[in-house]
Design a binder for this molecule. Structure first.
Ligand code: PMT
Length: 316
């Protein structure tokens, strides 16, 4: 495998080697319709703002006819919950999510909602179990209002190839909104991948003995997003670590190196209770109010304020 070091070459090599994105035309059409519609809607301060929330983990296939893959941890809870708070704050949301992960408005539903929330009556019609009625009603109405109002567009991905190709389409389409667009990159993105052309076509045979495989580095697309794809959008990235000692230092580095407007630092075991928002003006610890509330509520409030100041400064 050829080793590519320069970022531009790494980016080119990644996209050149990626399998063609299925449904690319359909995704582009949905995006332009959604963005054009929202660009003409008024928001509370100027035009309505649009945020792209990424959510869930990307997979790295090991075979072209994929049986095995490397996965990234993320339940999608952060992305799904944040989407609800952005919508509540008057944003429209492009929700780029891993298939099968947590969806906006579905947090209070059981794991298998179809089988657990509904029952068959004696005349074979379907009824909601009383114990889940409130959760089902609120999920259906929240989701329906957001989608039918044209405020929520959901785009699924599974592999790192799909994720980065769709993110590029979203970013280049959102360019027309300038500073009114935001990126909230909560997805857990693979750092290593097997280039398509060097990937086994068929299922790798275990009879061949131990597997020796070299993975190429996925280019950090944060720089490309900031420099080329959407240079005036407000960009928030995430930093996840399991060692608190290095978390803030790494978040600081990401802020500077990738020229992010904010980095949300979180530690795996406490991520639902507390996060640290790192910006140029300092670090703020953001905690949920109690065990019934969400840390995303104060976090999104703070980010919306920061985004507003950014838009005001840029337009001054
Ligand atoms: O989904 P939950 O279970 O609720 O968990 C939420 C979360 C812990 C996954 C979320 O809060 C979070 O921290 N997401 C980012 C996890 C991550 O991948 O961190 P990282 O340190 O590997 O990457 C940092 C940033 O670089 C991310 O914003 C990522 O989008 C970006 N990145 C990563 C790799 C890569 N090749 N290119 C990138 O742009």
């Amino acid at each position: 495998m050829e080793v590519v070091n320069n970022l531009d070459d790494m980016v080119k090599s990644f996209f050149d080697s990626a399998p063609v994105l299925k449904d690319a035309d359909n995704i582009s059409n949905k995006l332009s319709k959604f963005i054009n519609q929202n660009a003409s809607l008024p928001g509370s301060e100027g035009p309505r703002r649009v945020v792209c929330v990424t959510s869930g983990g990307t997979t790295v296939p090991l075979e072209q006819r994929c049986v095995r893959y490397i996965d990234n941890f993320s339940s999608g809870h952060r992305g799904g919950t944040s989407t609800e708070y952005f919508l509540k704050a008057g944003y429209s949301v492009i929700f780029l999510y891993r298939r099968g992960t947590c969806q906006p408005y579905c947090r209070s539903l059981p794991d298998d909602p179809l089988l657990e929330c509904f029952k068959l009556t004696n005349d074979s019609s379907i009824q909601v179990h009383e114990s889940h009625a409130e959760a089902v009603k609120s999920a259906i109405s929240g989701h329906h209002d957001a989608v039918s109002g044209g405020y929520l567009l959901k785009l699924p991905f599974t592999t790192i190839f799909e994720y980065l190709q769709i993110l590029r389409l979203i970013a280049t389409s959102l360019k027309i909104l300038g500073p009114n667009a935001m990126f909230y990159l909560a997805a857990a993105v693979s750092d290593f991948y097997v280039p398509w052309e060097s990937m086994a076509v068929h299922k790798i045979q275990s009879a061949s003995g131990p597997l020796d495989m070299r993975l190429a580095q996925v280019p950090k697309m944060l720089s490309v997003l900031r420099k080329e794809w959407a240079p005036t959008a407000f960009c928030v990235s995430f930093k996840l670590e399991t060692d608190t000692e290095i978390l803030l230092e790494k978040a600081d580095t990401a802020l500077k190196k990738y020229k992010m407007h904010a980095v949300v630092a979180n530690e795996l075991s406490t991520r639902k209770e507390v996060v640290i928002l790192v910006t140029e003006s300092g670090k703020v610890s953001v905690s949920r109010e109690n065990s019934q509330s969400d840390v995303e509520s104060p976090l999104i409030k703070l980010l919306v304020e920061k985004h507003s100041s950014y838009v005001t400064d840029i337009n001054a």
